[in-house]
Design a protein around this ligand. Structure first.
Ligand code: AMP
Ligand code: GLY
Length: 416
């Protein structure tokens, strides 16, 4: 390690962070908050929880990393970036006021209207009766959303108008509820690396949110991803960059809350054009696994430039190959999962060129790696096209086992 090597503190310890650690460790020394065993092979462990804002700031004050890269949204929404900046530490991740674009869906809708970003029609309701009245006036039953962070459980897509009041009632204890016109079309994630003013769009990606093949069953954090998303070429990514990411960034800057970090637009490709479903203030998971597999070059330096407001004139070095990630989940996920199952096949068979990225894993008392979360591993591979990347990932999946392992067999195969 040369004396000039950058030192990066990575906050988070899941699959997205393993992908980040892999990319950052090409050129930087990486430290990570309570790393899972996969990240621990690449990074020095810092014994502070990823959500312990005060603990992370205290560590950064004394260790003085060149950059802190924040994976998950919760510490950002809790003000981690503000406190690191106050301590004089560079951070890739938005301040609390800009992280509201994910932390409050109502805030995000108001910002989209202000910036004329195409999105579904919407209203905010405080009672089931108001919800029913609004819903009756729309062309289709509206989608019902909680305002705040709900760990993926805050969106209900009713089949009939009659289901709307009960859905609203269930979410009202958490605050006012957002109703949104239901849109139809394939979904795509477009994520921008932002320095507060400029934005570089990463390639397109597509998540697979439902637990079962054919997009059946309950929503999950994401069961797999591909990049690029079929039918979403560079020209369409550029349209989304110009009509969604750039105006969002400009509106946040105009409010005095510039956005630094990864701005994630979840977009539906409707017959009328792209419409934003949601913003996140971070990389997606498992989108990060496929996107970072395609990013070449010195990403640590690029991330530092973004944190310092110096992206102007930079560009991304993107691998033209496609990437796929197949998530292996614990039994019962996304419901109650049973954990502690021993995982075999982690280290063998990398000959096919796939990476077994750790998400919810830990080392058991006997030193063996075992399951420790709903999403356990993300097997990620490159290929000359999506189909080749997907089959390379599935070939590697065959070598991995743990009790009750479940995964989708159709990543990249469905039309969505
Ligand atoms: P969100 O967390 O807002 O992205 O919503 C989660 C999922 O719900 C999305 O990925 C879509 O599949 C679905 N969804 C959200 N909003 C809408 C909408 N307005 N119309 C149709 N489906 C939606
Ligand atoms: N994969 C979707 C998300 O990270 O929000």
């Amino acid at each position: 390690m040369s004396a000039a090597q950058m030192r990066v503190l990575l906050v988070g310890n899941g699959g997205r962070e393993h992908a980040l650690a892999l990319a950052l460790s090409r050129t930087a020394e990486v430290w990570c908050t309570r790393p899972n065993p996969g990240i621990a092979a690449l990074a020095r462990a810092v014994d502070v929880a990823p959500l312990d804002v005060a603990g992370i700031v205290e560590f950064a004050r004394s260790a003085r990393p060149d950059l802190v890269v924040v994976g998950p949204e919760a510490p950002l929404c809790a003000g981690l970036a503000d406190e690191l900046l106050a301590a004089g530490v560079a951070v890739l991740g938005p301040r609390q006021a800009a992280a509201r674009i994910e932390g409050s869906k109502i805030f995000a809708k108001a910002l989209m209207d202000e910036a004329r970003i195409p999105t579904a029609g919407w209203t905010v309701v405080q009672s089931p009766a108001d919800a029913l009245e609004w819903a009756r006036g729309r062309a289709a039953p509206p989608v019902v959303k909680a305002d705040g962070l709900m760990a993926g459980k805050g969106v209900i897509v009713p089949d009939t108008v009659d289901e709307v009041p009960a859905a609203v009632e269930g979410l009202l204890p958490a605050g006012p509820v957002l109703l949104e016109d239901r849109l139809i079309g394939p979904e795509v994630s477009v994520i921008g690396l932002c320095d507060g003013r400029d934005v570089l769009a990463l390639p397109s990606a597509r998540d697979h949110k439902r637990i079962y093949d054919g997009d059946k069953g309950p929503n999950t954090g994401g069961m797999g991803a591909i990049s690029p998303a079929p039918g979403v070429d560079d020209a369409l990514v550029e349209v989304i960059r110009r009509t969604v990411l750039v105006p969002a960034l400009a509106a946040l800057a105009a409010r005095g809350t510039p956005f630094v970090g990864f701005l994630y637009a979840g977009v539906m490709l409707t017959p009328q054009g792209p419409r934003v479903l949601e913003f996140n203030c971070r990389l997606g998971d498992p989108e990060a696994q496929v996107l970072l597999a395609r990013l070449r070059g010195d990403v640590a330096r690029l991330f530092l430039d973004a944190a310092n407001g110096q992206l102007a004139g930079s560009s991304l070095d993107v691998d033209p190959r496609a990437a796929a990630c197949v998530v292996l989940a614990a039994p019962g996920y996304p419901g109650v999962t049973s954990l502690g199952g021993e995982i075999s096949g982690l280290w063998a068979g990398d000959a096919v060129g796939a990476q077994v990225l750790h998400a919810g894993t830990r080392r058991g008392a006997d030193g063996a790696v075992e399951t420790a979360g709903g999403r356990v591993l993300g097997v990620t591979a490159l290929g000359h096209d999506v189909a080749a990347a997907v089959s390379a990932a599935y070939r590697r999946v065959e070598g991995v086992r743990f009790p009750g392992m479940q995964f989708r067999k159709d990543i990249g195969a469905t039309a969505h």
